[in-house]
Design a binder for this molecule. Sequence first.
Ligand code: PBG
Length: 329
Amino acid sequence: MTSFPALRLRRTRIAPWSRRMVAETVLTPADLIWPLFVTDGHGVEEPITTLPGVSRWSVDGIAARAREARDLGIPCIALFPNTPQHLRTPDGHEALNSDNLICRAIRAIKDAAPEIGVLTDVALDPYTEHGHDGLIDAAGYVLNDDTSAILVEQALVQAAAGADIIAPSDMMDGRVGAIRAALEREGHPNVQIMAYAAKYASAFYGPFRDAVGSSGRLKGDKRGYQMDHANAEEALREVALDLAEGADTVMVKPGLPYLDIIRRVKERFEVPVFAYQVSGEYAMIEAAAAAGMGDRDALAMETLLAFRRAGCSGVLTYFAPLAARLLAG
Ligand code: PBG
């Protein structure tokens, strides 16, 4: 084996042109999915205190963000609603309203920038009084099959409004297969499913729950349906099931603390894997930068490239517009 001094690994690192030439991984704007929060009204922008730099937008503002995404080369937008508080109920039925915030936002995006893909979240937490992703019984247990039946309806309402990718984030068993069957049956054979396949019960979701207005409501925690962060083999079983049920792509969430899961999923299944760099991950970087403890742009770009290196096809990230701008130079 060749060794020092014949072999000097620094040789290829010294000049920028050479570093670029041997780079094993690249990040482009096409690898970014931009999560956006929708709120009621017109001309409304509400900054989210726990997510510095991120706002909720009324539907017209969402349309403007879609044009911005298109101009930046970002292929896809993910939508989450801040449902008006008076529309939140025990069964979350506003999720099935074909004129709810999400459906209106989908139509506005399709009008404003038809070339942008729209990914919609299937789960009931932005619509329920109790902040859980599904229906609960008297003991607070989140009912699996009853919830799944409603999620199927929610997915159909979103697909009818024009959603391109249905992304169930609720972690009920069997919902991917049920949604796939319904999409086929109801004339949406080309609507994709991106399964939140390995979604962990995480402390990194706090700012998101503020953004969708569910944090004060949540009773208990989500450990009865989201995964235990001690487990990796179980993530592989989740992914295997979702693929067997018809998922086109799978997601691991949160992102950076779970790069090992991303790598194992990619190696085992050889399918497109996405990461969600969640709200708490974003907020930590923003907080560090605000405190003078790091360079925000550099921290953000390093984390995004790490997802690509681990095997991701793309990343849902609140840094999407910043990253796309930095990539454009
Ligand atoms: C809920 C959902 C959550 C996120 C996306 N969909 C939070 C949760 O499970 O409580 C988190 C995203 C983020 O933190 O950025 N269906």
